[in-house]
Design a protein. Sequence first.
Length: 93
Amino acid sequence: SSVKGHAETYLPSLLASGKKTALVSLRRSAGTTENQNLLSQVASLLARKGQQLQSRALQAVAQHASADPFEKVKKMIKDLIVRLMEEANEEAE
């Protein structure tokens, strides 16, 4: 079958690569630039394949993979820092 042909073509090269990384571990250590780039490439690949195969599931996974789970927390911390700096400036005056 065509699936078997593709598996024989692509799986050996994927398995031969010495570095095996799960998406979960990429997400856990996403702070490093190398992992951010790799995660971005994975999300891009999933999005392309999702469009090519017209798969809503793959497109949803791609969107989820590219989303920053700490975006809201980062915004809250930035807002808190701004507010504290404003309060410190008011007290200094």
